[in-house]
Design a protein around this ligand. Structure first.
Ligand SMILES: [Zn+2]
Length: 430
């Protein structure tokens, strides 16, 4: 699509076969518009159906709305390209197609490869219940695989000869559970079993693998926490006479805000007004909202610092810039971009108010009329923000000053160890 729209296209960005960059325009400042398009395992759901009904033969689904994310960003980049051609202004717009946001940290690898070195500002967005400028809050994180190796043995005839790798994983999980009480506020530790050592309980499990996802407010808090989890893994190996090997899968930095760009984007929201949804949109959104709990709806409001309006199913206003919400903070690989390029993100209303992300309900609304209207609306916001910055280069200078100030105490350090390469298949245990 980039080629057919006349962009100059670079594929295989950062040696990731699904990462792509398209550039248009000549000279001047470089504006990056970031798109994502990855799905999530286990979240397949038929479009427009307000009860759990996966698509047969497909277990993946756009449970975080990245189908909309990539498309709206592409639309915005195309509009900016057309503006540049029509206005004759010096400047370039780039669409960065960023895969594997959900755990792959592709943008971190793209930053590390220098893909953003000559970019002046970056713009992106994320689907949401409400429209407005994104509050720059996200956790730094890292994913690490711990592989324990023990010794297989007949579990009944010769258990004393066996050393269980599965026992080591269980002890590690217990150890981490005890650590949880003593973590900094807002830190999170999750895990997933990748290999429980096989299906035979009568064989002592010689190999087991667990993936840990560790999150904290920033790298200063994250690094000591990761070291503690590593010590617990070593302790579990010591207790079980097994060995443990670790491999970092991915890592992302926390998100940095940018006040001048946030103001600029908010001006664009005020100029354009909220997205306009019709009666058919509201009827379908109401069906999805009926499947949510009161707490789902309350926490979506809380996250945006808004009061609940009973009966409202779709966003019809702009979240004020100065309001701050509470809770509901995840991680994003946009974080790494925000440390090296002044970055701003929008939130675009594309789902029934209260829809939890990473849910079948979100997948089910991904092709709805209101999702498409929200997509076009937020594309206009991003394009408008880019055009304002191209017309008035002092905005870019202010945005760069803001970033310089935020990073003066602690400059960017890439959280990805130098020998870690992009994981091209997240489901593989290698
Ligand atoms: Zn997402």
């Amino acid at each position: 699509m980039l080629e057919s729209e006349g962009f100059r296209v670079t594929t295989n960005v950062a040696d990731i076969p699904t990462a792509v960059m398209g550039e248009a325009g000549e000279g001047g400042p470089v504006i990056a518009i970031l798109g994502e398009y990855d799905a999530l395992p286990g979240l397949s759901q038929q479009a427009g159906v307000a009860e759990p009904r996966p698509v047969e033969g497909n277990s993946n689904g756009h449970g975080c709305g990245h189908n909309l994310l990539g498309s709206a960003s592409m639309l915005a980049a195309t509009a900016v390209k057309d503006f540049l051609a029509a206005s004759g202004l010096k400047g370039r717009v780039r669409y960065y197609g960023c895969p594997a946001e959900e755990g792959g940290a592709a943008k971190g690898f793209m930053v590390r490869s220098g893909a953003f070195d000559d970019v002046d500002i970056a713009i992106s967005w994320h689907p949401a219940s409400f429209s407005g400028v994104n509050k720059p809050e996200s956790l730094a994180n890292t994913r690490i695989d711990f592989t324990f190796t023990g010794r297989a043995a007949h579990a009944a005839a010769a258990p004393h000869l066996g050393r269980s790798a599965l026992d080591a994983v269980e002890l590690m999980n217990v150890g981490v559970n005890y650590m949880r009480e003593h973590m900094p506020d807002g830190a999170r530790v999750h895990y997933a079993m990748l290999d429980a050592g096989g299906v035979a309980p009568n064989v002592v499990q010689a190999r087991a693998k667990v993936r840990y996802l560790i999150r904290a407010a920033d790298l200063t808090q994250l690094t000591p926490l990761v070291n503690r989890v590593r010590k617990i893994a070593d302790g579990a190996a010591l207790m079980t006479e097994t060995t443990v090997e670790t491999r970092v899968v991915s890592a992302v930095s926390n998100l940095l805000g940018n006040t001048p760009l946030e103001k600029l984007m908010h001006d664009n929201f005020n100029r354009l007004g909220p997205p306009e949804f019709d009666d058919a949109d509201k009827a379908l959104a109401a069906k999805f909202q009926a499947t949510l709990t009161k707490e789902d709806i309350a926490s979506a409001h809380r996250r945006h610092g808004l009061k609940i309006v009973p009966g409202k199913v779709l966003c019809d206003s702009i979240v004020p810039l100065e309001i701050s919400g509470a809770g509901g903070v995840g991680s994003t690989d946009v974080g790494d971009v925000s440390w090296v390029v002044p970055t701003v993100q929008a939130r675009g209303a594309t789902c029934a108010i209260g829809t939890p992300f990473h849910s079948w309900q979100l997948t089910g609304q991904g092709k709805s009329g209101y999702a498409h209207k929200g997509l076009v609306h937020v594309a206009k916001i991003m394009a408008g923000t880019a055009v304002d910055a191209l017309r008035d280069p002092t905005v870019i200078a202010k945005a760069k000053d803001d970033l310089r100030e935020r990073t003066s105490e602690s400059p960017y350090v890439c959280p990805l160890p130098a020998d870690v390469k992009p994981a091209l298949d997240m489901s593989l245990s290698e």
